[in-house]
Design a protein around this ligand. Structure first.
Ligand code: HEM
Length: 226
């Protein structure tokens, strides 16, 4: 085997290695959400600020910046999912027939993580088609003039807004458990800090939920920007 890929195989073949991969890629995705939310909230500053921000994203590093970010995000997403699937399979094989209460609890919570994770994945695919690829030709035309107006128009449909609300709620559930797990895997959670870490994870998930929800809700229910 090529010496340069041997350490990568060793990481993948060990259970703790895969757990680290899930945690580190999860951390990148968690940080992306904070950045994405901060940028999106510029919608409340106004059209000029939001459109300037969208233009900056597409022109930074002569247009290469957005592609570098996309490649990193995609790689993190793929590794996060692949390592989770591999760990779940491994755990299913290893679990005894007669499970203890604790194991049942753990498998229930990992089932919830899988369901919320898969819904977020479906949401991301939909979201990319909605605002990045812009399969709706009307939205694509509007986006050429103003990304701000694209978002306002994009949230003028109640079904779309409902799907965003459901997906954001599951994202909140996924984050509140996932952020705690990142601390745990990286060895940053002790008995003493457990309740603080639980609070930080829940608070972060709530800020992300309310921040993202505020946009479609303000546009659809309160007619913001229309
Ligand atoms: C109300 C909530 C949201 C709004 C208004 C919003 C808005 C946008 C917009 C306008 C774009 C296109 C950027 C561009 O190409 O100019 C975008 C891209 C993207 N969004 Fe969101 N977003 C929201 C929530 C989310 C959430 C919750 C996630 C992740 C779970 C997410 C992940 C992404 C990703 C991965 C991209 C692709 C970036 C790229 O390659 O250009 N977004 N979003």
């Amino acid at each position: 085997m090529n010496a340069s890929i041997r350490p990568l195989c060793a990481i993948w073949n060990s259970s703790i290695g895969k757990k680290y991969l899930v945690a580190l890629t999860g951390l990148v995705l968690v940080l992306f959400l904070a950045g994405h939310l901060s940028g999106n909230l510029l919608i409340f500053v106004g059209q000029e600020a939001f459109d300037e921000y969208a233009k900056f994203l597409h022109t930074m590093l002569h247009g290469a910046g957005v592609w570098i970010a996309r490649i990193i995000l995609l790689a993190c997403l793929v590794i996060h999912i692949a390592a989770t699937i591999a760990l779940t399979r491994q755990n299913a094989k290893a679990s005894p027939k007669y499970e203890h209460e604790k194991t049942i609890q753990a498998s229930r919570s990992s089932r919830i993580m899988i369901i919320s994770g898969l819904t977020i994945l479906a949401f991301v695919v939909y979201h990319l088609l909605h605002f990045t690829v812009r399969v709706d030709s009307d939205l694509a035309e509007i986006a050429k003039v103003s990304p701000y107006q694209m978002v306002i128009r994009g949230f003028s449909n109640g079904i779309v807004v409902l799907f965003y609300v459901i997906a954001m709620s599951l994202l909140c559930s996924h984050l509140s458990h996932g952020v705690q797990s990142i601390f745990q895997t990286l060895g940053l959670r002790s008995k003493k800090s457990a309740s603080l870490i639980s609070f930080i994870s829940k608070a972060y998930a709530l800020v992300i939920l309310l921040g993202f929800l505020s946009i479609p809700v303000a546009i659809y229910i309160f007619n913001y920007g229309r």
